[in-house]
Write a protein that binds this ligand. Structure first.
Ligand code: NAD
Ligand code: WQD
Length: 341
């Protein structure tokens, strides 16, 4: 079965292509390269022994998308393509709504016209806004604090309405907590352009000597050590979650129709200081850090109730914090400046 993977050269999409391939699916990658390197294709070939077909195009380009779906006899779309920098989204909201919402709707129109009505969507725990209770389950009220987050909320709403209006559609929104780590081969991983926004790539770049120290944003939160707590999930577990969710719904649940949302997290939280310590152990580098003021918009604590995915399709995260840090370190030392530099 051939599936289109939009954003398939990016961090999460590329790892999911490995999981899809291992499960017997044939991913066809569709990416405009706005935040990825085409070298990922060769890396994936080294890892899997398979050279994936790919198309360099934008999801808003109806002709290119139609051709990709038709030429490859695509049966489902795994939709990762999006802009994802929270801070940037507050400065350029319309660009975010255009890319993440408007173009997703265009893509869905094309899929409808071609009668491809199975969609797996990259959502985020950011749709829960400031948590009202922990752990966060899927019933938690939906909101957001920034345009990036609202773009995810809007697409989820559109998917619910779509599936309610047309009983042939299957839509699955997967709400990721904090994806980290890299494929165990060390051949692909996360390489943000410029200064990393997220903790794990910042720690990794500090350990490898690209940054002087990690700034710990706030040590006076209501958490055991005062620093922010998050539910970090290994990227390969996240990738497996996509395959498990799709396979389950496509093959069993209500003949592969309806609209669903699942958390993908571990259910366990780690603080900023615990992450720095774990990375020091994995890398053997004493990672310098400095306490800094809170980052605006941050919350104290966030972790998932991941039981719905376990009950629903038997998925749970298997890889621990040691694998998350060791695999990140392998990738970071192999490619300290990413694939392109
Ligand atoms: P990424 O930037 O590495 O991957 C996104 C890919 O989409 C890139 O390769 C980019 O070139 C491509 N792309 C962007 N806009 C496109 C367009 N209009 N047409 C075609 N291709 C386009 O990001 P990622 O971390 O792999 O994130 C994948 C998805 O998961 C995104 O939807 C993101 O919002 C979501 N998500 C990410 C995180 C995280 O922390 N990384 C957490 C929750 C949700
Ligand atoms: C984690 C913790 C920081 C950097 C973001 C998005 C979210 C989702 C995942 C896409 C916090 C602290 C960080 C640093 C630090 N993305 N920190 N020093 O904020 O939980 O989530 O990425 O959907 O939408 O908001 O992740 O990695 O930025 O921060 O102390 O240099 O690390 O304050 O406590 P976050 P993060």
């Amino acid at each position: 079965m051939k599936v289109l993977v939009t954003g398939g050269m990016g961090y999460i999409g590329s790892h999911t292509c490995i999981a899809l391939h291992q499960a017997g699916y044939t991913p066809v990658i569709y990416d405009n390269l706005s935040n990825a390197s085409v070298k990922v294709i060769d890396q994936l070939a080294q890892i899997t022994g398979h050279h994936f077909d790919y198309i360099v195009a934008d999801i808003g380009d109806k002709d290119a998308l139609s051709a990709a779906i038709n030429d490859h006899h695509i049966q489902a779309v795994f939709h990762f393509a999006a802009l994802k920098a929270v801070g940037e989204s507050t400065e350029q909201p319309i660009r975010y709504y255009q890319n993440n919402v408007a173009k997703t709707l265009t893509m869905i129109e094309v899929m409808s016209e071609l009668n491809v009505k199975k969609l797996i969507f990259s959502s985020s725990a950011t749709v829960y806004g400031d948590p009202q209770y922990l752990p966060i389950d899927e019933q938690h009220p939906i909101s957001s604090t920034n345009p990036y987050g609202w773009s995810k909320v809007m697409v989820e709403q559109a998917l619910n309405d779509l599936a309610a209006s047309d009983g042939e559609w299957l839509t699955i929104a997967l709400r990721y907590f904090n994806p980290v780590g890299a494929d165990k081969s060390g051949l692909i991983g996360e390489s943000p352009k410029g200064i990393p926004n997220n903790l794990m790539p910042f720690i990794a770049q500090t350990a490898v000597g690209r940054r002087e120290h990690v700034s710990v944003f706030g040590d006076d939160y209501d958490t055991p050590d005062g620093t922010g707590v998050r539910d970090y999930i290994h990227i390969s577990d996240l990738a497996d979650g996509h395959v498990a969710a799709f396979s389950h719904h496509f093959n069993h649940e209500q003949a592969g129709t309806g609209s669903y949302a699942y958390n993908l997290g571990t259910g366990e939280g780690y603080s900023v200081l615990e992450m720095i310590k774990a990375f020091s152990v994995a890398s053997g580098v004493d990672i310098p850090y400095q306490l800094a003021p809170r980052r605006s918009g941050d919350i104290a604590c966030n972790y998932a109730d991941a039981s719905l995915a376990k009950q629903g399709f038997g998925w749970q995260a298997k890889r621990d914090i040691n694998a998350m840090t060791a695999d990140t370190w392998r990738w970071q030392t192999n490619y300290p400046n990413g694939l392109d530099e």
